[in-house]
Design a protein around this ligand. Structure first.
Ligand SMILES: Nc1nc2c(c(=O)[nH]1)N[C@H]1C(S)=C(S)[C@@H](COP(=O)(O)O)O[C@H]1N2
Ligand SMILES: [Mo]
Length: 222
């Protein structure tokens, strides 16, 4: 990474840590997903903003692999062809980013997280899933959330291959949590018995991140 990009990245991280300390955007009211479409403190956008640490990893499909392991009976490593040969599903879901934008009705295509779980067979005391990305980013999710029927390893958005800036070739999509839990440039899925907070979770962001409960920020875990 060059020096300028490094500085921008540090500035962005500092700003988002400050938001967490100040509790920016908090309304103090929970929302009801049965009756409302937009969680508290969010506003709808029509474009598709890009949010990351400012470095888009260069990925070649010929060498791309997805490793699935940790606390499992059957560790797996899929090439691009193997990944594409898994059962494919299409899911329409909403995005809720902790920076307050929500984007409704996104049509994703890919491999269901449930299929990954059934294939790798996590051991009975598995509690969490750590997602590892090619830019060094990590995020953690409880296994029951990752096992949700709407959770996807997505390679397409609105009928087109997922763009590199949005996490292509493959990103995770977890509609029930704030979008920072949806790891872009997915490289490894690690099942674990012991939770481990990820990149934003150790920088003041909530460990679970349910937008309807406004779980934007948590206590610092450093
Ligand atoms: N690998 C990786 N995944 C990531 C991030 C990142 O920096 N690196 N940023 C997260 C954050 S904070 C958000 S809001 C969403 C943004 O996804 P988008 O750029 O497709 O809108 O990706 C999430 N996944
Ligand atoms: Mo974000």
């Amino acid at each position: 990474m060059n020096e300028k990009k490094g500085t921008l990245k540090e500035k962005l991280i500092r700003a988002k840590e400050r938001w967490a300390r100040e509790g920016r955007l908090l309304t103090g009211k929970a929302g009801d997903p049965e009756r409302e479409r937009i969680p508290p403190g969010q506003r709808e956008v029509r474009d598709f903003p890009v949010l990351d640490l400012g470095v888009v990893p260069r990925v070649r499909l010929e060498t791309w692999r997805l490793d699935i392991g940790g606390h499992v009976e059957r560790p797996l490593s899929w090439s691009w062809a193997e990944f594409k040969a898994q059962p494919q599903v299409e899911i329409v879901s909403d995005i809720h980013c902790v920076t307050a934008w929500s984007r409704l009705d996104n049509r994703w295509a890919g491999v269901a997280a449930r299929h990954v779980i059934e294939s790798a067979k996590p051991k009975p005391d598995t509690r969490h899933v750590i997602l590892h990305s090619l830019d060094g980013y990590t995020t953690n999710v409880p296994l029951p959330v990752f096992a949700g029927e709407d959770v996807l390893l997505a390679h397409a958005w609105e009928g087109e291959p997922l763009a590199p800036e949005h996490g292509g070739p493959v990103r995770v999509v977890i509609p029930r949590l704030y979008f920072w839990k949806s790891a872009k440039w997915l490289a490894r899925i690690e099942f674990v018995a012991q939770d481990a907070p990820g990149f934003w979770e150790v920088r003041g962001y909530h460990n679970e991140g349910d937008p309807w409960q406004e779980e934007r920020y948590g206590s610092p875990k450093r």
